[in-house]
Design a protein around this ligand. Structure first.
Ligand SMILES: [Fe+2]
Length: 391
């Protein structure tokens, strides 16, 4: 939902008879957000939409968050090590949910095989952050090529499947209320403002569509839809990638984190200046290599803080993260509200006089507490909370 895009063939006017060169009627489908009041896209299918030959409860589908009090209590700072996840499987089947609330589910995944069926997430938008690997997302909008360092947004209910180039490592956030570009980054006509941290050209959109009037790939007819945490298996009556044209604001996109235009101030600015995307109850921030605060006495390292109304999750990707010792690439920290946090001992003092940082990280702040799942237990580094002790 960055700007209006269109691909393939379209009728001059929506909701009018549109025919192939052979004279067959093309079937319009509208995907609408916010009821019928939000962003929308028109899709033009060669076959009637929504016919299913079979329908059953699915025996496949990735794990949903499981609650276990011993995973969530006591209240403490936590660190999860994604390297402990054994790679393998298809994206449709393998995810490890580690933290969740009613707004977001944060999962980790290390799939190594392409999906052999299509998936549609009826529970929310998905934001993938690929921290290793390369992949192609196939959807009715076309092909989207993505690589390590990319955020990939997949709108709710978009039918898609992943084609992987080897193993991929990703953090995936499911947003029950959708995910958006903050309104403050847009001018009154919806264009990204000149002082926004990215431009329209920074977003990569699909090439396609895949089908034409002359050719339709008859790939898998199996479609797995997740709704309220349950997967249903449908076998479609017709090919699922039969869209010959689409037009609108609802389509997947990729954004490379290093295209994020960071800002620096005279003295330390709050983490909100790293805002990238927002969602009901959540903010996604990108920390990228940059010059730091330039007051001669500035302390560039984040000050210790108690952000008492939000939990904070950080995925560390690369570089020397100024405030933390002993956290490597792929680690995820959770700093829950209720416990003060800040730089590791020594980091605050050591940062004085530094001119730039090479850190690369993704942060998610949530207004509702994040609950550690049962599945997070084997990934947790037990010594993390006590690593702030100075004696
Ligand atoms: Fe913080």
């Amino acid at each position: 939902m960055i700007d209006r895009q269109h691909r393939g063939v379209l009728p001059l006017k929506p909701h009018t008879a549109f025919r192939s060169p052979g004279g067959s009627l093309v079937y319009e489908e509208m995907v609408t957000r916010g009821g019928f009041s939000g962003p929308f896209s028109y899709f033009y299918h060669l076959y009637p939409v929504a016919g299913h030959r079979e329908l059953s409860l699915a025996s496949r589908g990735f794990a949903q968050p499981e609650v276990a009090s011993h995973a969530a209590l006591p209240l403490k700072r936590r660190l999860y090590v994604s390297h402990r996840i054994v790679p393998g499987g298809q994206p449709l089947d393998v995810r490890f949910p580690i933290l969740f609330n009613s707004d977001v589910v944060v999962s980790l995944a290390r799939p190594s095989e392409a999906d052999d069926a299509y998936f549609s997430n009826g529970d929310g938008d998905e934001l993938w952050f690929l921290h290793e690997g390369q992949a192609r997302l196939e959807s009715p909008c076309g092909w989207l090529d993505v690589q390590a360092g990319d955020y990939v947004w997949i709108p709710r209910s978009l039918i898609h499947r992943w084609h992987l180039v080897g193993e991929v490592r990703a953090m995936i956030i499911e947003f029950s209320g959708g995910m958006f570009v903050p309104e403050i980054f847009r001018n009154p006509v919806g264009q990204l403002r000149m002082d926004a941290p990215y431009t329209h050209r920074d977003f990569v959109t699909p090439t396609g569509p895949i089908a034409t009037f002359d050719h339709v790939d008859d790939g898998p007819r199996d479609l797995f839809v997740k709704k309220r945490g349950h997967f249903t298996h449908y076998v479609a009556e017709y090919p699922l990638m039969d869209v010959v044209g689409w037009d609108g604001f609802v389509y997947p996109f990729a954004f490379a984190i290093e295209k994020y235009q960071a800002k620096a101030g005279l003295v330390h600015l709050p983490p909100t200046i790293h805002t990238t995307f927002e969602a009901p109850g959540a903010l996604i921030c990108s920390f990228v290599p940059r010059v730091v605060d330039f007051h001669p006495q500035a302390i560039p390292c984040p000050y210790p803080h108690s952000s008492v109304d939000c939990d904070e999750l950080i995925l560390y990707l690369r570089g020397n993260f100024t405030s933390r010792r002993g956290v490597g690439p792929g680690a995820i920290s959770l700093h829950p509200a209720g416990v003060a946090h800040g730089p590791h001992p020594g980091a605050y003092e050591a940062s004085i006089g530094t001119a730039r940082t090479d850190e690369l990280a993704v942060m998610i702040d949530t207004l509702r507490p994040l609950i550690p799942t049962h599945q997070s237990i084997p990934l947790e580094d037990e010594g993390y909370h006590s690593s702030w002790r100075t004696s």
